[in-house]
Write a protein that binds this ligand. Structure first.
Ligand code: PLP
Length: 405
């Protein structure tokens, strides 16, 4: 295989930080140059796959104390709706296993999106389905292509499948470079992940760009369109895997959505995939059985019924996001188009210091060392506090810093 200059093929774990899991791992997915050896692993009492022994565990956004705003995990700041709480209260038969197929939720989503229930798959969060799909299609010697920087779970999930991550740098504006991603596809590629809006930078892929991309790649290559933040999108040209795409026309595309973000059910772990029945059957085969609880299914069904009210909240969060992004730009920050429920500050080498300044002022944000800070759109009262810290940070950045607009 010919190495290509625009894609980083991560030959693997020699390049990854090695960690005991006890120390701070915020740097874990930093660019190779910025990675540091966090600590030395102890010998395990049994033989562990070497790539797993060297793989740091997934690190979630930092928790916040009672006084601080938690803006580190792109969660929904609203409390669950009364109808959702009531659905949970009704579902107390925890001595029984749940319906392993989540048939009622699949049926409801099938009706909504005009597909058959077999073309819907439910997982304990869409991240579970990502993992299932990778396990289904890829193994040692195979490659999975995605943009970088993107969702921090991608590299680890690829490595767990045994495959090699192929990370294609974002283009200007922190957008996917779909031409470079198409060019990164080789006969070893088993899947491509497209994240729209991209977490953590914010821009979408447009419908036209996505269709042009599909036309360039083999029609039997799995494309995972990760739309975890789709409901927050206001850009009319954005790709929409469920409204505009048509599964029949693109049977290699699987669309991932979640109840964690717009629907505010992150703590219950429920997400879904829409795609070709045979691909989803393969995901069902690699799934840990029975991991979607009856409570999650009931809460998701109740949320679909209360969708009008929930989407009103989503609109409010979207408007808050636009106000926050506009105010940051007015301060002089360069903010990529923010289409999810978060904004991105390209703080570069100053990232960890900047995150500490936010934290000291009661805003827990998500730093990616050497790269930037993702700030979730939280409670209304958090906006002013974020803006205050951001203004003082910018004043301390060099005049030619890339975070400036
Ligand atoms: C881009 C993206 N995809 C998928 C997920 C997984 O969401 P969940 O497993 O909660 O459905 C996240 C969560 O942050 C995300 O940002």
């Amino acid at each position: 295989m010919v190495p290509r200059p625009w894609a980083f093929r991560l030959a693997a774990l020699a390049q990854r930080a090695v960690c005991c899991g006890l120390c701070s791992l915020d740097e874990q997915w930093a660019p190779a140059g910025a990675r540091r050896l966090l600590c030395v692993t102890e010998d395990a009492p049994v033989r562990i796959r070497p790539e797993i022994a060297a793989l740091p565990p997934y690190k979630q956004g930092k928790q916040a104390g009672t006084e601080a705003f938690k803006l580190s995990s792109n969660e929904n700041p609203y409390e669950p709706l009364p109808a959702v709480v009531e659905a949970l209260r009704r579902t107390v038969g925890v001595n029984r296993y749940p319906d392993a197929t989540a048939a009622r939720l699949r049926q409801a989503l099938a009706v909504r999106f005009g597909v058959t229930p077999d073309e819907v798959h439910i997982g304990a969060g869409s991240v579970s389905i990502l993992s299932q799909l990778m396990l289904a299609v890829a193994g040692p010697g195979d490659e999975i292509v995605y943009a970088w920087r993107s969702f921090e779970a991608y590299p680890g999930l690829v490595l767990v499948s045994g495959a090699t991550p192929v990370e294609v740098p974002l283009a200007s504006g922190a957008r996917h470079d779909l031409d470079a991603m198409a060019a990164a596809v080789t006969d070893r590629t088993r899947a491509v992940i497209v994240c729209s809006p991209n977490n953590p930078t914010g821009p979408v892929v447009t419908q036209a760009e996505f269709e042009a991309f599909l036309a360039k790649i083999p029609s039997d290559l799995l494309v995972i369109l990760d739309e975890a933040y789709a409901e927050f999108v206001t850009e009319p040209d954005a790709v929409d895997g469920l409204r505009k795409l048509g599964i029949a026309d693109h049977s290699n595309v699987v669309v991932l959505r979640t109840f964690s973000k717009a629907y505010g059910l992150a703590g219950l772990r429920v997400g879904y995939a829409i795609g070709h029945r045979r691909i989803l059957d393969a995901a069902r085969s690699t799934a840990v059985p029975l991991s979607v609880t009856a409570q999650s299914e009931e809460a998701a069904l109740a949320s679909l019924e209360a969708e009008g009210e929930l989407l009103e909240r989503v609109r409010t969060i979207g408007q808050r996001r636009d106000r926050l992004a506009a105010a940051l730009r007015a301060q002089g920050w360069s903010i990529p188009d923010a289409q999810g429920n978060f904004v991105w500050l390209a703080t570069g080498e100053q990232t960890m210091d900047a995150a500490a300044r936010f934290e000291a002022d009661g805003c827990i944000v998500r730093p990616f060392a050497g790269d930037g800070i993702r700030i979730s759109v939280g409670e209304e009262e958090s906006v002013e506090r974020v803006l205050r810290v951001a203004a003082s940070l910018l004043a301390g950045l060099p005049a030619d810093h890339p975070a400036r607009g």
